[in-house]
Design a binder for this molecule. Structure first.
Ligand code: 5GP
Length: 198
């Protein structure tokens, strides 16, 4: 997605070979107009899949997921990372190790909101080693709903999450795919070049 790549180029900060900081438009301050375009793009990519729910994880998945939900006209459920006093219904849970925070969280959603009749799109802000996405897949599968696909805003393709998910037969669609963060520079996977060399 050209607009997103441009935003990453102008506003993203490469913190290390492995970590990109996008606090100015996605992870802290949020750019609503960009989120709207991201939501529209997910809706376009997954059109015709009969999606009935979107599942994401707090907090940075929520903005893109809500915008996608707006365009697809479906509810959005976000998995919680901590137990909540108000979330006391039967819970579906999975264990997720955080790449950036180096901590493991028990994530959960209420059984009430996802069931075997649902066709679920999972959305998250980043895909690195795939822990968060795999945790969400686990939760959705425990609900007996169908995982239709995984929509990612920024995939770091030099890490192994995307491959792990594809190896499970899951459809992964990422709006920006980063080939490398070496030398303080963001290099994207160029889809056009990929097509040419196929
Ligand atoms: P994974 O579970 O795929 O290893 O990592 C994905 C999660 O870690 C995302 O939900 C995101 O919050 C965080 N994350 C992973 N890599 C980055 C990164 O380079 N920058 C930022 N800002 N967050 C990241």
């Amino acid at each position: 997605m050209r607009l997103l790549e441009e935003k990453i180029n102008t506003d993203g900060k490469v913190l290390s070979e492995n970590v990109l900081k996008v606090d100015s438009f996605l992870n802290h301050q949020i750019d609503p107009q960009l989120m709207l375009e991201i939501g529209k793009e997910f809706a376009r990519i997954f059109a015709g899949e009969g999606i009935t729910k979107i599942v994401t994880i707090e907090s940075s998945g929520i903005a893109p997921a809500v915008m996608a939900g707006l365009y697809m006209n479906v509810p959005v459920i976000f998995a919680r990372k901590r137990k909540s006093l108000t979330l006391v219904d039967d819970l579906l849970t999975a264990s997720v190790h955080s790449f950036t925070k180096n901590e493991t969280n028990e994530i959960s959603i209420s059984k009430k909101y996802v069931n075997e009749n649902d066709r679920v799109l999972i959305i998250d802000d980043f895909l690195a080693n795939g822990e968060a996405a795999l945790g969400l897949v686990d939760i959705v599968q425990k609900s007996r709903a169908t995982v239709v696909g995984i929509g990612i805003v920024i995939e770091k393709s030099f890490q192994h999450g995307a491959q792990k998910l594809k190896d499970l037969g899951l459809r992964v669609e990422s709006l920006a795919r980063i080939a490398s963060l070496s030398n303080g520079k963001v290099s994207f996977i160029n889809e056009n070049v990929e097509e040419l060399i196929k």
